[in-house]
Design a binder for this molecule. Sequence first.
Ligand code: CA
Length: 431
Amino acid sequence: MLPLHGAPDMLPRPPATVPPMFRAAVLACLCALPAQHAAAQAPAPAATPAPAADPAFARCLSTLRQDAAGKGVSAASFDRFTAGLAPDRSVLALLDAQPEFTTPIWDYLAALVDDERVADGRARLAEHADLLARIEARYGVDPATVVAVWGVESDYGRIFGKRPLLVSLATLSCEGRRQPFFRGEFITTLRLLQAGDIRAEGLTGSWAGAFGHTQFMPSTYERIAVDFDGDGRRDLVGNIPDALASTANYLKQSGWRTGQPWGFEVRVPQGFDTALAGRTSRRPLSDWAARGVRRLDGSALAGGGLAAETRSALLLPAGPRGPAFVVFRNYDAIYSYNAAESYALAIAFLAERLRGGSVPQAEWPTDDPGLSRAQRRELQTLLLARGHDIGEVDGMVGTATRRAIQAEQQKLGLQPADGRAGMRILEALRR
Ligand code: CA
């Protein structure tokens, strides 16, 4: 259901967070939240203590030690940061996870852009107004966009991922199908530790190694992070100025154009050729206009600082009967942050709401709308009251919650019994 565009050739930079080759697997195991966070929120089994001998892992670590030495990590640093390191093989299952349930885009967006996240974001905008103004002056990225990325990536610093970072990266460096990639990320993390940018104590992240306020992968961190508060460390875990400035720097490096919008909502005419839609299909605004595309209020696409020849793509994220958007270069910059349409739209929509707007105006093509996090918590409370063992009420719809929903759907004769957390099952359980 999730319309992913698998054309990273348009991206000026690799995604900051979840590497594209894991996107499918990552999205697979998640139902409601940005992939890397929800994965990270799954109860992370504590790293099992190393069996008295795990000779294969020990051999692998010694090859990593050699490798790291050639890449700027001293033997002393390596030994210090990897002392007692044992593999956590549960990350290998996540690397290859297949989707058990599908999630429509309106479900992602209902949870990622809900009233709570908007209210929290407005509070952050006010609290950090001076900082955000200085960041805008330096990098040319507006406060609402920076705060929206922060809100979607880590819920404004609340959710960093619970898995010990070096444990996950070392395991993925030594086993599984993407070892060369993860060896690079592991060694990069050691360099960041050695440089003193981050501290080893309590360093956690997503199963795939994204971490901190902005959920950068280590290689993105090393390339993009900035020391904005001038204390000599680039600290995206413990320092909000560094984290938000690094987010703006990421967008700037990804081709952000100061003052341009990410895009806006449009109407497409009856019979519009939907084959023209898609992020990588670029046309001048005048071309879309000639095909009958208009702003929601019926006015012309160009104008207000946008030239008729501005290149833009047309998105129909839920098909021809759902909301439609034209998007510009800045949408690509956001997309590169976490290369999935649903996340890029979540960031764009959240930014729009933080500015006082509301998007989309058109309805999603469903009679069973998605739920906010507050509504998800209510649904989970109702499921618990009916005796389903779904763990704690956290607003995150994982496999246990979906199985419980499915059971209730079957009991109530609701079709389809697909385990989806939507308004229909919530209303049925309220009765
Ligand atoms: Ca700093």
